[in-house]
Design a protein around this ligand. Sequence first.
Ligand code: HEC
Length: 263
Amino acid sequence: MRPMNKLVRLMRSSVLAGIFSAVLPFASVFAQGTEEPSLPHINWSFEGPFGTYDLAAAQRGFQIYKDICANCHSMNYLHYRDLSGIGLNEDQIKAIAASVEVPGGVNDSGQPITRPGRPADTFKAPFPNEQAARAANNGAYPPDQSILVLARKGGADYIYAILTGYSEPPAGMKLQPGMSYNKYFPGHQIAMPQPLQDGSVQYADGTKPTLEQEAKDVVTFLAWAAEPEMVQRKQTGVRVVLFLLMLTGLTYALKRRVWADVH
Ligand code: HEC
């Protein structure tokens, strides 16, 4: 290639780059109109390298899940006995499991029967299959909540935002029948009617059940459910880092000693 050619190419590409960087900021201004609103950030107890689950909040959150969300959303990966992880004792877990009826095989005449749930059972799903779930929910499928916090961009903040993001639609927006307006749901039309409001439950521990409190509690429970071993993992991480720091110090001291007499 002749040097002149090279120079022309170089100039061409730098002009292109110049145009690009001049136009880009405008492009993002135009894009802003359609962007999703930024999520409100909550200071979760389980954030950061030393974060742990607020177990009282997780227990209140389980109450919300059981009394409200479980009417539509399954949680297929959880067993009743897993609830020991949020501090429920054996008797409480047995009672919670026994409060549902699950398929119990067949009787002597071959008819299917049910039995009370046991701690080793998985959480009972509200619908026998996806079609039944959709039929009861305006055609939409309530997603399984076992790992919803991990499966959605924005995680805990997103779920909190959905639960507190209901309002009247802005003037001029027409909702499809049976849909609700939600500021944070992609497209803003959601098939889930607002599940929580002030006073949706009574808390045994005296906590005031405001909408924000209920949302925070149920999200804490869902975050725990998605990653029950998180606290242990973080603690191991901290120990590993401390160990490595110590090892670095020791190795350095050793190196100084070994080389002390070498000039
Ligand atoms: C009456 C049934 C019903 C109840 C009760 C209900 N949901 Fe839903 N939920 C749905 C349906 C249906 C969808 C799917 C909405 C859609 O796709 O438009 C949904 C979607 C969601 C989403 C959005 C997930 C996504 O895809 O981004 C979240 C978060 C959620 N539900 C959390 C909850 C929580 C937490 C509770 C309990 C406080 C709850 N839901 C109670 C029916 C319900």
